[in-house]
Design a protein around this ligand. Structure first.
Ligand SMILES: O=C(O)C(=O)CO
Length: 362
């Protein structure tokens, strides 16, 4: 448990008439209060659902009373429902479901939820809007980290690193063999991207120097920025059929849920490699398994699965042509620290009734 009180900076700010009126407007300042009363007013309460990089909690502690789930493991739902009671702000992760039940357990003081993630499929935005609760998320600050990991996974999968490392470790390496552990290279290839948002674009830019011949993509609309790299906006089926590497970079929504199914895998080239760094829910995992075993596609690399963690008896883990990582795409020190800080800034702005730096609405 970590508790922090009202900061000296916050008290100093209350001496300034302009700031005082902002505080007043934002309900951080008790009605009719003067500077004298300010120090007696209760700072907003924020609950943080996990141990996170220090920048976010430190910022929050300078202005709020912070309570934190002091563990690297997730808080149980039951405990969460109890801890959120009466909070003004909630700092959560993608592992917590923010739904009507939780919002009601928090109660009417709750003004803002900040999720330390770019994905927000775990947050019921409509339920938040209905209760006047603002929602902040963390786009941009993790884009390069996720793009980097997507490229790593693509290379690890296509160049068969899992099999290679195993062979070295278990003694089956033998000698140099001309046909052993060959895989497709990026040079001259067609890369298909499903979801050409911030991350899709960043991945394409990272892949450019590898000599990719063609970038093709599918999205709701043409993305003007994609023209900078000459990426072609095509119907989904054309992207799927032409890609040597097919990358899922889309958000999980009702439209994308389970879209990577057998029907889609059958339309891919038998030599194609499928990579998913978005959400496990966009893939029908049983279909992916069958597609990998039957040779509908050549290989798959996943940073996200359903469920997470993937049970160790999952048949996917037995396959040589499937590389699975434990949802680490944004796991650079820089990205995680920036995510923590941005989450805190979103929460502070929401508490003060200011514009939330990265707000997501229904
Ligand atoms: O931010 C997200 O949505 C992730 O999946 C982890 O960084």
């Amino acid at each position: 448990m970590l508790i922090a009180g009202l900061s000296p900076a916050f008290r100093l700010a209350a001496n300034n008439t302009r700031i005082r009126s902002q505080l007043y407007a934002s309900r951080l300042y008790i009605e009719g209060s003067a500077v004298r009363k300010m120090s007696k007013s209760t700072p907003p309460k924020v609950f943080i659902t996990r141990r996170v990089p220090d920048r976010g909690p430190a910022l929050l502690k300078s202005e709020c009373t912070v309570t934190q789930w002091d563990s690297d493991e997730p808080i149980s739902r039951e405990e969460l429902l109890s801890k959120v009671q009466g909070v003004d702000g909630l700092f959560c992760l993608l592992t917590e479901k923010i739904d009507a039940e939780l919002l009601d357990a928090a109660g009417p003081n709750l003004k803002v939820v900040g999720t330390m993630s770019v994905g927000y499929d775990h947050v019921d935005l409509v339920a938040c809007a209905e209760r006047g609760v603002k929602v902040g998320f963390t786009p941009n600050v993790l884009t390069s980290a996720v793009a980097e990991l997507t490229v790593s996974l693509l290379l690890a999968t296509s160049r068969r690193l899992k099999e290679g490392i195993r062979a070295v470790e278990n003694g089956s390496w033998g000698t140099w063999k001309p046909m052993w552990l060959c895989g497709p290279g990026l040079d001259g290839s067609t890369v298909g991207i499903i979801g050409m948002g911030r991350i899709g674009m960043a991945v394409a830019r990272c892949l450019q120097p590898f000599g990719v011949a063609r970038f093709v993509y599918s999205d709701f609309d043409e993305q003007p920025k994609a023209r900078d790299i000459g990426a072609e906006f095509l119907p989904l089926d054309e992207v799927i059929a032409s890609a040597d590497f097919l990358l899922a970079c889309c958000a999980l929504t009702s439209e994308t849920k389970g879209m990577f199914n057998m029907d889609l895998f059958k339309k891919m080239k038998n030599t194609a490699v499928f990579i998913n760094t978005s959400r496990g829910g966009v893939v029908q995992q049983d279909d992916l398994y069958k597609a990998l075993v039957s040779g509908e596609i050549a290989a798959a690399g996943l940073d996200v699965t359903t469920p997470e963690p993937l049970p160790t008896n999952s048949p996917l883990l037995k396959l040589d042509n499937c590389v699975i990582l434990p949802h680490i795409a944004s796991a650079t020190h820089k990205a995680r620290s920036a995510m923590s800080e941005l989450t805190a800034k979103n929460i502070l702005a929401g508490l003060k009734g200011q514009t939330i730096p990265s707000e997501i609405t229904a």
